[in-house]
Design a protein around this ligand. Structure first.
Ligand SMILES: [Zn+2]
Length: 265
């Protein structure tokens, strides 16, 4: 079958009388020819974006050093490199070639930040790229698509674990731009201080219940009088940067808590 379809005798096909629905083996042969054509076409289309592979590793490394020299720093960011007119490839292509941007920097003899902070810088940069791409604050969905698109080693759950959520990171970046927080505060791992939902200890929960007299602070029903089930709620939701400190916790009955969701009080 393959030998036959290698080069279809176009004259033969054209001269044939119009048969809208060819039968049997003829039909299969015709179909496989058109499939083959389509595949050849797609294949060549997919090859072209990878042409960066004719740039050697040495050229890439030299280019990184040149860029660093131009900036006057031992460390260059993804953004800086991509904005550089003389770059040989995009930072993404380099990251793919070297299995990581930091790996390429290291090989070029440039400075690489400590892993965790380095990752945070990269994650923030990717987040900002995504912000620019969509011309809006990235949603979880947008960021997720963006991460897939650039074949990133980071995942949404890594953002959540490190920055306490996509929305919180956006808020932190706004604060950073306004000068309200430092770069270190922006890049710091959010949950380091044990400020996540899971860190409310039994003791802390109990203290909040006692302070609120085992009564829902919203509707005033209590365990003793009304038999409601009580829960601990974050006044400022965790998703918008609220912590699990005593002052940010309150007692709510299950109805009030579920009705509230993540809306601000
Ligand atoms: Zn209530």
């Amino acid at each position: 079958m393959r030998t036959r379809s290698a080069k279809p005798e176009s004259g033969h096909l054209q001269s044939r009388e119009p048969t809208p629905m060819p039968n049997g083996t003829e039909a299969i042969a015709t179909r496989s020819q058109s499939l083959l054509k389509a595949r050849t076409y797609d294949f060549s289309g997919m090859l072209s974006p990878k042409k960066g592979f004719d740039v050697s590793r040495k050229e890439i490394l030299n280019s990184l050093r040149d860029c660093a020299k131009m900036i006057g720093s031992r460390r260059i960011t993804i953004k800086q490199y991509d904005a550089w007119p003389h770059r040989v490839l995009s930072s993404h292509q380099i990251a793919v070639r070297f299995s990581g941007w930091d790996v390429a920097l290291k090989e070029a003899g440039l400075e690489v930040r400590a892993t965790s902070t380095g990752n945070a810088v990269e994650m923030v940069e990717i987040f900002l790229d995504c912000w620019e791409d969509y011309n809006d604050v990235p949603t979880v969905k947008n960021l997720s698509n963006h991460l897939k698109k650039i074949n990133s080693k980071f995942s949404i759950s890594m953002y959540t674990r490190y920055f306490g959520g996509v929305r919180r990171l956006a808020i932190q970046i706004v604060k950073y731009n306004k000068g309200e927080i430092s770069e270190n505060q922006l890049l710091d791992k959010y949950f380091r201080k044990g400020a996540n939902r899971g860190s409310i200890s039994a003791k802390l929960r109990y203290m909040v219940f006692v302070r609120d007299q085992f009564t829902c602070v919203s509707c005033g029903r209590s365990v003793n009088r009304d038999g409601v089930r009580l829960e601990i709620d974050h006044k400022v939701p965790v998703s918008t940067g609220g912590t699990s400190e005593f002052s940010n916790l309150q007692t709510l009955c299950i109805d009030c808590n579920r009705g509230k969701g993540d809306a601000a009080p």
